[in-house]
Design a binder for this molecule. Structure first.
Ligand code: GTR
Length: 425
């Protein structure tokens, strides 16, 4: 008896160790262990008919896919209208760069006595009209994106990062410029583009709370958190990008038809979702976005649905948790999210060492999305063979796999600028 209890205990321990909880279990990094899978049909309507024209796609298939994403993954954005005001609160020549103008705008959100606000930082070439502009979120506050001392510190909650001088969840002077390597501001300006950035936590702090940020402004009476099929954090961040775009469209210096949304990692998932919801974004760029971004869920390589839902339960809607370990039951996969950008140019990147994000899965999504681009007479990713590192493809679907780690580098910006120049000129 004693022995069998011991064996039972050991067996339980063994099972627990091979299936650790908290989303870290069964992470696969071997191509050989990628399961055989079938992707949901991109070009088959729910009634079984095949999509064969642009019209079929625009009128029927695209709305079908968008609805599935809202229902099962990122959530429906609420239909409530809130009050939004924008105020230009600072303007000047930036001493951190040459030939660069800076503007700072406070966006204020209000509904039924609840308030929240965000700071939008804009850099523009000094002498210019009709400037195309990149817009994207930053992770630690606008002041971390460069060494410009005039940038106003956010008052929103920030995750602590002692090595950046961020303690007690507050922006500090010490953290100015700590993320400047990720923002090639001078290069962007010298190439004739503007850059607008906003701290994503100004819209919704990245923590598993739904009583802060923008969500509570949209609640019905008595509501305390979003419903199972409603937006979570990625949905809110995507909404914030559209709100920033509403403001940019009022700025006469900008070309409103050439606004490019760019995001990295969780914010690259967000840029794809923002581009799917809001077709005013002329180009969509998603850098190293991995699981829930550009990577195919069904490959189960690197981060999985269970892992992401365990570590970040607030990113996707509650319905999405039903697909933990059940990827095959999802009615969508991420080639469809990329296809939702069509026919606009979309650029996806991977980093060679960023296996958690599944670089090959990110590439294959682009490849499988291409049929929709073909409907519009555009060129997607035409070859399923994984390209070498640092060999960008600049078709209407663009892609590169940069050598190195999960990050945004000057090399990435060089390709984004080149891509924008090819497709927007
Ligand atoms: C990781 C997460 C990824 C990615 C990344 C990031 O921890 O698992 O999906 O979003 O964070 O945003 O930096």
């Amino acid at each position: 008896m004693q022995i069998s209890i011991q064996i039972f205990f050991l067996l339980t321990l063994f099972i627990a160790m091979s299936h650790p909880v908290n989303g870290q279990h069964e992470i696969n990094y071997s191509e050989e262990d990628v399961p055989a899978f079938q992707l949901p049909q991109l070009l088959q309507l729910e009634n079984g008919k095949t999509v064969s024209s642009e019209e079929d796609w625009i009128r029927t298939r695209r709305p079908e896919i968008l609805k599935m994403y809202k229902e099962h993954v990122y959530g429906h954005n609420p239909e409530v209208q809130i009050e939004i005001t924008a105020q230009l609160i600072e303007e000047g020549i930036s001493k951190a760069f040459t030939n660069t103008r800076r503007k700072q705008v406070r966006l204020k959100f209000e509904n039924q006595g609840r308030k929240s606000e965000a700071l939008l930082l804009i850099f523009l070439p000094l002498q210019s009209k009709s400037v195309p502009i990149f817009v994207g979120y930053n992770f630690y506050g606008n002041h971390t994106t460069c060494d410009d001392n005039e940038i106003i510190l956010t008052s929103a909650w920030i995750p602590n990062k002692p090595e950046f001088g961020i303690r007690e969840n507050k922006a500090t002077e010490e953290s100015r410029g700590v993320r400047s390597h990720r923002w090639s501001v001078q290069k962007i300006i010298d190439s004739g583009f503007g850059l607008a950035t906003m701290y994503y936590g100004d819209i919704d702090p990245d923590r598993n709370h739904f009583d802060d940020g923008i969500h509570p402004l949209f609640y019905k009476k008595g509501q305390e958190k979003p419903g199972d099929n409603e937006w979570a954090s990625i949905g809110a961040w995507a909404w914030g990008l559209s709100t920033a775009l509403d403001y940019l469209e009022t700025d006469e210096a900008l070309d409103h038809d050439r606004v490019i949304v760019m995001g990295h990692s969780r914010l690259g998932k967000t840029s794809l979702w923002a581009g799917a919801l809001d077709e005013r974004f002329a180009i969509v760029i998603s850098n190293n976005s991995g699981c829930g971004g550009s990577a195919l869920f069904r490959r189960k390589y690197g981060e999985t649905i269970r892992a992401i839902n365990s570590n970040f339960p607030h990113w996707f809607n509650s319905n999405f948790k039903k697909f933990n370990d059940r990827e095959d039951l999802l009615p969508i996969d991420q080639h469809m999210l990329i296809a939702l950008q069509a026919p606009r140019p979309v650029y996806i990147t991977s980093a060679s060492e960023d296996l958690w994000a599944d670089p090959r899965g990110e590439y294959l999504s682009c490849y499988h999305a291409s049929d929709v681009y073909h409907l519009f007479g555009r060129k997607g990713i035409e070859n399923s063979v994984f390209p070498e590192v640092n060999t960008p493809i600049q078709n209407d679907i663009g892609y590169h796999r940069r050598k190195g780690k999960h990050d945004v580098t000057d090399y990435d910006w060089q390709q984004f600028i080149a891509f924008a120049k090819i497709h927007l000129d």
